[in-house]
Design a protein. Structure first.
Length: 192
């Protein structure tokens, strides 16, 4: 009877160990494209830039130098007032030889009003129950859960809930939920 109980315990422990350790031995890869409205924005910006350059050239030929300087200063001020800050950061692994993350993170502001966190050139050691969090620190004290990590290698997108304050939640964490362990983080810094 005792042998049966011991054997059962060993089998259960081995099964649980394999379930939790198996992600360490294989990689999953994804390569999500930029969100559709982001691609439209990029194409539209290129077209607008060409149009603006053409208009600027024509204006230079017909306007006085003082007027041009005044217009340029006014346009720069207006653009600064209406542009949203962009946020980006570089991932840093924990540095313990087991948990490692590399790549870039940036926030995309889409035409349809959605904000998306994009992980680019991303690579993480695999592990069980990995999630992507926005956090106030690297300890996951106060978080916004963006969902399970889609793959441990590749470009991927995560929708940011409406009203998320990126000045407050300025750390992107790759977090093992089962063991409350940080694999790596990127601090989002704002640029105008």
């Amino acid at each position: 009877m005792n042998k049966f109980i011991i054997t059962t315990i060993i089998v259960v422990v081995a099964g649980i160990s394999v379930a939790f350790a198996s992600p360490l031995f294989y990689n999953t890869e994804i390569n999500e494209p930029l969100p559709d409205s982001m691609m439209e924005d990029t194409m539209m910006e290129d077209t607008m830039m060409e149009d603006t350059m053409m208009e600027d050239t024509m204006m230079e030929d017909t306007m006085m130098e003082d007027t041009m300087m005044e217009d340029t200063m006014m346009e720069d001020t207006m653009m600064e007032d209406t542009m949203r800050k962009s946020y980006s950061g570089t991932f840093v692994g924990v540095g313990d030889g087991i948990h490692d993350v590399k790549g870039e993170s940036r926030v995309l502001f889409l035409d349809d009003g959605r904000d998306v966190l994009r992980l680019e050139n991303f690579k993480s050691t695999n592990g069980p129950d990995l999630y992507v969090y926005l956090s106030t620190d690297t300890k996951a004290t106060n978080i916004v859960n963006l969902g399970a990590l889609k793959a441990n290698i590749g470009n991927q997108n995560y929708e940011i809930p409406d009203g998320t304050d990126l000045e407050k939640y300025n750390h992107v964490l790759i977090w093992c939920k089962s063991f409350s362990v940080l694999f790596g983080s990127a601090e989002l810094t704002a640029t105008s």
